[in-house]
Write a protein that binds this ligand. Structure first.
Ligand code: 0A1
Ligand code: ZN
Length: 895
């Protein structure tokens, strides 16, 4: 495989070049002699030529390994190195291959392969980390049976873990010991894992529906055991849910989760031995917020669900990544929704998921890194663990469920796992299984066209227009769909777009719907399936001009344009039976006000919100039936990123100023209502992270932010004082952190002492200190004060750029999540960004490449930002020795 071209530039890997491996690996027997400075790895494999492929030399992947010995069938063998590959010619059809290498875990700052974190060994092998442990056919379609022996100092590494079952353990000379693990399932190398260190476990035995017993374990450092209950409960819920919803049961005697504080991503689904970022395991009420609790539930669920969607059935190649990731995100979203007792809480979860999609994935799909859910090429696969593969991929799976129905989808999943258990397959195989299980469905009928969701990048735009004919009592909706060009894809074919729709009367009541040709009217939501560039649908027996509620529940990942009047949006906001569209109506009104204020020359600080909008927000806030979580979502204005995405040319400072003006207006105009909301929701009793009480804490927190913000303009000292008191008295981290945020985000003088106290209380809680950094680096910019503060924070003794969570809490909070502070007319924000990308690239390319994406949307910026941002990207791109990861991102940005 050629990795670099003649100019030494990395070469793109293309999906259409896929070919089956020339050899299969049947068994792998690994022996590790662990030592942080020099770990020895003995790898004994049985290989077999793939008779379906013309004979070729064996090419094994390796990366930063020291090779000591290669034996074929016990004999010294001749081999050569080609770039990073170990190549052996003239091999028999079946043979045993023994490879002895060493590596250096304590110098492994990339955190890929075998690394050391806080004196504990961990591995991370997805996507291509196993080759940093031993030479191997490091590709997901090569599945082998693993036996792993770990040897290490017993005092330093009392716990020795790997995938599967512990079959033997014992003492060795010189204070060392060993453990031998056998994984009963064949797996690709990216699912291999090893952990060794001083760890303790929370354990729980559970009985599955089948009656089979399983041991669940959550391993952490000794001081963290009191923060594992929620992760364990989430794991138990996950096991139960997958059995109940999809009939998928746990296939292992023992299922382990281990937490590490040095991790590039959220967590990893290694077979039977999931490795997690501590952020997604550790929680107690004193240190974790409601959001943390809910993320832990999702991520524990996500990794557990991978045991089927990922491990039992895996990807043929990395272009199929969404096969496991899109499906597993869909599954974790459904899991979290199904755990909600109330329908309104399920709707809140859906709105939150859509908000992530629209604020992160839509910009990706419109920018230089846009790629299909099933990409066609990549330079570095790590760059494709994206919101497109994950979140848009989940929407594609969700649309399939919409098209075949919930029961039909469950049938499809059953067929998929029956058909492909133990295999490495493609996105096509998945879609085919869902369609085959539902032969009479729209999905089966439209499958080739539906699969354009996998092959075409870009967010489709759906423009709808309604015409009411009073004489005919008909209402006709016409739809036009289009999709903008994306890199390498100038022209797009129409998508299959399921559109959930309902009609409201002007009085807000839901109307029965009857489409032309329907025998009778039905009540509630209908799913229309659009397939053409343009089409029309006519509703009959409509007594008066209706207000259409289109794309209910966000039934497709598209941008919907409909020229709603303000009055229609207010009707939807007050009455729609679909909570998603009810929320969406408020967002459309707010967006409209923001865009108008941005486009109107003059002082950006003039009040952008009109009376009707403010009164509508007041009614929501005071509404006796709506629950607090939903109110909090409705009263949250669209983010600066989302607003910017709607503009052709973005002046980030103007966007920031307008949004701040809107925030200030809502704070002041609704002052009494915020007071009331706070009083009504401030006390949530004994802490539990359930949706209802979390929602009340969220609304109380939002009220405090607004009360402190209003106090800033009025000079009132009462609410900041009360907020500080609340900060001090809080019985849980959510209330405490919300109070702290209210002081910090309103820029109140009391913030300084609260921050100091917070640091003092939590100085030994790394995850809380991350919050402390992140809150400050992400605070609203006032006169350019955030960048100097960020530079200051990087000098803090608690700061370390090598720890990804810490780097993210300072650098990413500033560069990726604080546009008003990053985009400065003096370009200093961009210079800071480029310095950090370069600095991080030498330490950890994956983290650097993520940071590199902060300026993806530079070409939309107004001057002087645009030129300055481009220059900063070019400065990074010009560096010699850049990693493939960062080089790919900046090269695409400049293309
Ligand atoms: N498969 C994991 C994500 C993951 C990918 C790469 C990693 O390497 C640093 C780590 C984790 C998931 O979807 O949870
Ligand atoms: Zn995943």
């Amino acid at each position: 495989m050629l990795l670099r071209d003649a100019q030494d530039q990395p070469v793109a890997i293309r999906r259409e070049d896929y070919s089956a491996p020339a050899y299969w690996i049947d068994t792998v027997d690994l022996t590790f002699d662990l030592d942080p400075a020099k770990t020895r790895v003995l790898n004994r494999m049985r290989l077999r030529r793939n008779p379906q492929v013309a004979p070729e030399p064996l090419r094994l992947d390796g990366d930063e390994l020291n090779l000591a010995r290669v034996l074929v069938d016990g004999q010294g063998a001749s081999f050569r190195m080609e770039a990073d590959q170990l190549v052996i010619d003239n091999l028999p059809d079946t043979f045993e291959l023994e490879i002895f290498t060493t590596c250096c875990p304590n110098k492994n700052t990339k955190l890929m392969g075998l690394f050391v974190s806080e004196d504990t060994f961990f591995t991370q092998c997805e996507a291509e980390g196993f080759r940093r442990i031993t030479y191997f056919l490091d590709r997901p379609d090569v599945m082998a049976s693993y036996t792993v022996t770990i040897r290490a100092s017993k005092a330093a590494y009392p716990v020795l873990l790997s995938n599967g079952n512990l079959v033997e353990q014992g003492e060795l000379p010189e204070g060392r010991h060993f453990a031998k693990w056998v994984d009963p399932f064949r797996k690709p190398s990216y699912l291999f894992a090893l952990v060794a260190g001083k760890l303790v476990a929370r354990e729980q035995r559970i009985k599955a529906r089948s009656g089979k017993e399983h041991l669940l374990q959550v391993y952490v450092r000794a001081g963290d055991l009191d923060k594992t209950e929620h992760a364990m409960n989430s794991l138990i819920n996950s096991v139960m849910w997958d059995e109940a919803r999809f009939g998928l049961s746990l296939d292992l005697d023992r299922f382990m989760i281990v937490a590490t504080s040095d991790f590039n991503m959220g967590a990893m689904e290694n077979k039977g031995l999931n490795i997690f970022n501590t952020k997604y395991v550790l929680a107690n009420q004193a240190t974790a917020t409601d959001a943390d609790y809910s993320n832990i539930e999702s991520v524990v669920g996500h990794e557990y669900f991978h045991n089927w969607s990922g491990d039992r059935v895996t990807c043929r190649d990395w272009f199929q990544l969404s096969l496991k990731e899109g499906l597993t995100v869909f599954r974790d979203q459904e899991f979290s929704q199904d755990l909600c007792a109330e329908a309104s809480a399920r709707a809140v979860k859906r709105i939150e998921d859509v908000r992530v999609l629209r604020t992160a994935q839509f910009p990706e799909d419109a920018g230089p890194m846009a790629h299909p859910v099933r990409p066609d090429s990549y330079i570095e696969i790590s760059n494709f663990y994206t919101v497109t593969i994950y979140e848009k991929g989940a929407e594609v799976v969700r649309m399939m469920q919409t098209l075949v129905g919930r029961k039909g989808f469950e049938r499809g999943i059953t067929l998929y796992f029956e058909r492909h258990d133990g295999q490495a397959v493609t996105c096509d195989d998945f879609a085919q299984a869902i369609a085959d299980a539902n032969p009479d469905s729209d999905l089966a009928r439209l499958l080739p066209q539906f699969k354009r969701w996998y092959s075409q990048a870009g967010t489709p735009r759906l423009t709808a227009h309604g015409v009411y004919d009073a004489a005919a009592r008909t209402y006709t909706l016409s739809f036009v769909q289009s999709c903008p060009p994306t890199p390498g894809q100038p022209v797009k074919e129409p998508f299959v777009i399921p559109v959930n729709i309902g009609l409201l009367g002007t009085d807000g009541r839901e109307l029965p719907v009857q489409l032309e040709g329907d025998a009778e009217a039905t009540q509630g939501t209908r799913t229309l399936v659009l397939t053409r560039a343009g089409e029309q649908l006519t509703f009959v027996n409509v007594d008066a001009e209706p207000v259409p509620s289109i794309l209910r529940g966000f039934s497709a990942p598209v941008i919907l344009d409909y020229e709603y009047s303000d009055a229609q949006l207010l009707t939807l906001l007050a009455n729609d039976t679909d909570p998603f569209n009810r929320w969406e109506a408020g967002q459309r009104l707010a967006l409209r006000a923001a865009l108008h204020a941005i486009a109107t020359p003059g002082d950006a600080h003039e009040p952008p919100l009109n009376h009707a909008f403010i009164e509508a927000m007041r009614s929501v806030l005071r509404h006796p039936q709506l629950d607090a979580a939903f109110k909090e979502l409705v009263l949250t204005l669209p983010s600066e990123t989302y607003i910017a995405e709607q503009l052709d040319v973005v002046d980030p400072q103007r966007v920031h100023a307008v949004r701040e003006a809107m925030r200030g207006q809502l704070a002041t105009a609704l002052f009494a209502d915020w007071e009331q909301a706070y009083e009504q929701n401030r006390d949530t009793g004994a802490y539990a992270p359930d949706p209802v009480s979390s929602g009340r804490r969220a609304l109380a927190g939002m009220a405090l932010v607004n009360l402190c913000l209003a106090a800033r303009t009025s000079g009132d000292a009462v609410w900041p004082g009360k907020t500080l008191q609340r900060f001090k008295d809080a019985g849980n981290m959510t209330d405490r952190f919300n109070a702290l945020s209210a002081l910090v985000s309103s820029g109140h003088a009391l913030a300084a002492q609260a921050l100091a106290r917070f640091h003092e209380i939590f100085k030994n809680e790394a995850l809380v200190i991350d919050k402390w950094f992140s809150l400050q680096a992400g605070a609203p910019d006032r006169g350019g004060d955030i960048l100097p503060l960020v530079r200051q924070l990087m000098k803090h003794p608690d700061f370390s750029i090598k720890n990804p969570n810490r780097a993210r809490s300072v650098i990413f909070s500033y560069c990726n999540a604080n546009p008003g502070a990053l985009h400065r007319t003096d370009a200093a924000g961009y210079v800071f960004w480029s310095d950090r990308v370069i600095e991080l690239d030498a330490i950890n390319p994956q983290v650097a490449a993520r940071l590199a994406r902060a300026l993806d949307r530079w070409s939309k910026l107004a001057e002087p930002y645009r030129s300055a941002a481009r220059e900063a990207i070019a400065r990074v791109a010009a560096r010699p020795d850049l990693s493939k990861d960062t080089l790919e991102v900046v090269t695409r940005a400049l293309a």
